[in-house]
Design a protein around this ligand. Sequence first.
Ligand code: HEC
Length: 161
Amino acid sequence: MKLSLTLLFSFTLIFAACSGGGSGEESQASSENQQEEGLSDFELEHGIGPVTEVVELGELDPELAAEGKKVFEAKCTACHKPTERYIGPASGEILDRRSATYAMNMIMNPDEMTKKHPEGKKMMQEYMSPMPYQNVSIEQARAIVEYFRTIEMPNEEETNQ
Ligand code: HEC
């Protein structure tokens, strides 16, 4: 008897937990979001790709930035200029709208990013030219992001005045 009462009590608890209202609206909204794009909240903010944890940027590392600049000049300048729009967007403005993690995922996984990510799809519509996969390693992508941090956009100075 004691046992079945305990059981009954826990069933009631489970039932209440499952059917409980309150936070329903919020969780429904986020699951709709996920269904729409098939992406997690992390992916929506930081992109789809090999980087699955937020990359924290510490103090600027000039050596790493110099390394990134080299890779950028070898692999990216056909389409990107540091401070001007070209075939793709100006590199210096990317970190103003994207997290470092997002930028790294875009660099390493441009195909999926422009096909599945809402922001990537928008960029593709705007620039109407796909960014190619270029076999950039995670270390190189991190270095490129460090280089991006050193680029000053001319209009950023204007708005500061
Ligand atoms: C053949 C041209 C081309 C090359 C080469 C190229 N990109 Fe791109 N990139 C683009 C285009 C075009 C876009 C805009 C999205 C799209 O249409 O695919 C873009 C978008 C990006 C974005 C996302 C910007 C944003 O705000 O979302 C990043 C980051 C980026 N490129 C970095 C790089 C880096 C780093 C390299 C070199 C390893 C590189 N790209 C090489 C054309 C190129």
